[in-house]
Design a protein around this ligand. Structure first.
Ligand code: MG
Length: 270
């Protein structure tokens, strides 16, 4: 009898663990509640119960913005010579057609390295049928190759709030959802401040980011809690002051155009 009770208790414990490790759906939003808590202790990472960003109809903003004279143009519609394949270091495997770069095969990184920066880019989500949540038009801008501003088709597509377009992935949901329908061009204007580390590896200043998405501020000088990852609240590991910018390939063909960057300094003194 005693053995039977122990076996039942063990089985119950196992089933509880396996039940918790599954993706769950709350109010039509898929996500997880067996993930670590965010530092504020309110929500799990990718928590489907975390409130959805309010929908805003965007106006016109920086679509087709001409690069300022001191910008480094990363893609002007001609070729991806400013980029390479992240894994192999060889030529970027994305297709360039009709002045547009289409994500494919793997992530791409810039040949240049950047720290503090102003970044402009435009993306267009594919029209996909039968794809929902994180499977609809997933890509991403990886600042310094490790801090992701999510790219996702969130037009009439719910996902866990910290994984929505304009979100700092797994950390901070966007303040609003000004998504345009798939097939239309959308703009990101991003101001990023790189993190700083002491000689012993401790973070002296975290990274900050301001994101304007289709003319709407969706991150306002928000702190980045470390490298962004699936099911992780973010963790810093020390790195160089300047690193390549990366764009993500995540199984969807997302189009990009008009990508340029201006390295900026926090120091306004001459
Ligand atoms: Mg992504």
């Amino acid at each position: 009898m005693k053995n039977k009770v122990i076996i039942l208790a063990v089985l119950a414990a196992f089933s509880a663990i396996s039940a918790q490790s599954k993706e769950i759906t709350i109010d039509g939003v898929e996500g997880f509640q067996d993930t670590p808590m965010q530092p504020d202790g309110k929500w799990h990472v990718h928590d489907p119960a975390r409130p959805q960003p309010p929908v805003v109809t965007s106006g016109t903003f920086s679509a087709n913005a001409t690069p300022p004279s001191d910008a480094i143009v990363l893609f002007d519609g001609k070729d991806l010579s400013q980029w390479r394949d992240k894994k192999t270091g060889g030529p970027a495997g994305w297709q360039v057609e009709d002045g547009v770069a289409i994500s494919a095969k793997g992530d791409i990184v810039t040949t240049n390295v950047f720290g503090d920066m102003q970044l402009h880019l435009e993306f267009r989500e594919p029209v996909l049928k039968g794809c929902e949540g994180q499977d609809r038009g997933n890509s991403g801008v990886f600042l310094m190759g490790r801090y992701e501003i999510q790219i996702l088709d969130c037009y009439r597509n719910k996902t866990y709030a910290d994984g929505a377009v304009g979100g700092i992935y797994g950390q901070h949901p966007p303040l609003a959802n000004p998504s345009r329908p798939p097939g239309e061009w959308q703009t990101y204007d991003i101001v990023f401040t790189a993190p700083h580390f002491a000689a012993n590896g401790e973070v002296t200043t975290p990274a900050f980011v301001t994101v304007v998405f289709n003319g709407v501020v969706v991150q306002n000088h928000q702190v980045i809690r470390g490298a962004t990852n699936w099911k992780s609240p973010g963790k810093y590991t020390p790195h160089a002051a300047e690193l390549p910018l990366a764009l993500q390939y995540h199984k969807n063909a997302v189009a990009f155009r008009n990508i340029w960057v201006r390295p900026v300094s926090l120091d306004n003194e001459p």
